[in-house]
Design a binder for this molecule. Structure first.
Ligand SMILES: [Zn+2]
Length: 163
């Protein structure tokens, strides 16, 4: 009897083979304490993860995107926990940062979101030149906070690596 034989979720183990890291299973979430130093730590983590998944050519763009999103979260919601999501789906690299930005009174929320979007000018230029998209949206209530995100087609990510 194997250690997983009583668990239906684990299967029998007889036909299970380890799945190696690849573009198809790039899916990471990372919780961070939100200090300014996190950007450097996360860049190193993202670099390692992308290399392991065969996305060495995505490192330059991904590091820039992660830095921009985390800097925005830190600038407008300093010293609060954030989480980072790094995924690849449908030939698109997706980076999302969830912050704990407070809920503003009606009217001020749009103004603040526009201000935060304007602070992402490097990301905006990158998205424009690499056919990417980015944005900031409120997290669904009852949780406070925002979702800062960027998505880039992989072929544009690879093209950026050649610049
Ligand atoms: Zn605000």
């Amino acid at each position: 009897m194997s250690i997983t034989s009583l668990c239906t979720a684990a299967g029998t183990g007889a036909t299970t083979t380890p799945v190696p890291p690849s573009v198809d299973n790039l899916s990471y979430s990372l919780g961070l304490p939100g200090g300014a130093y996190c950007a450097g730590l996360v860049r190193g983590t993202v670099r390692s993860v992308l290399r392991e998944h065969g996305l060495r050519d995505a490192v330059a763009l991904a590091e820039l995107v992660v830095s921009e999103l985390l800097a925005c979260a830190y600038r407008f919601t300093p010293e609060r926990d954030v989480s980072l999501s790094l995924r690849c789906r449908y030939e698109t690299l997706r980076v999302t940062v969830f912050d704990q930005h407070p809920v503003h009174p009606h009217g001020r929320a749009d103004e603040c979101r526009e201000r935060r979007l304007r602070s992402l000018e490097v990301l905006a230029a990158l998205a424009k030149s690499c056919r990417g998209e980015h944005g900031i949206a409120d997290i669904e209530p009852p949780l406070p906070g925002s979702k800062l995100w960027a998505a880039f087609p992989l072929k544009e990510v690879y093209r950026y690596a050649l610049l």
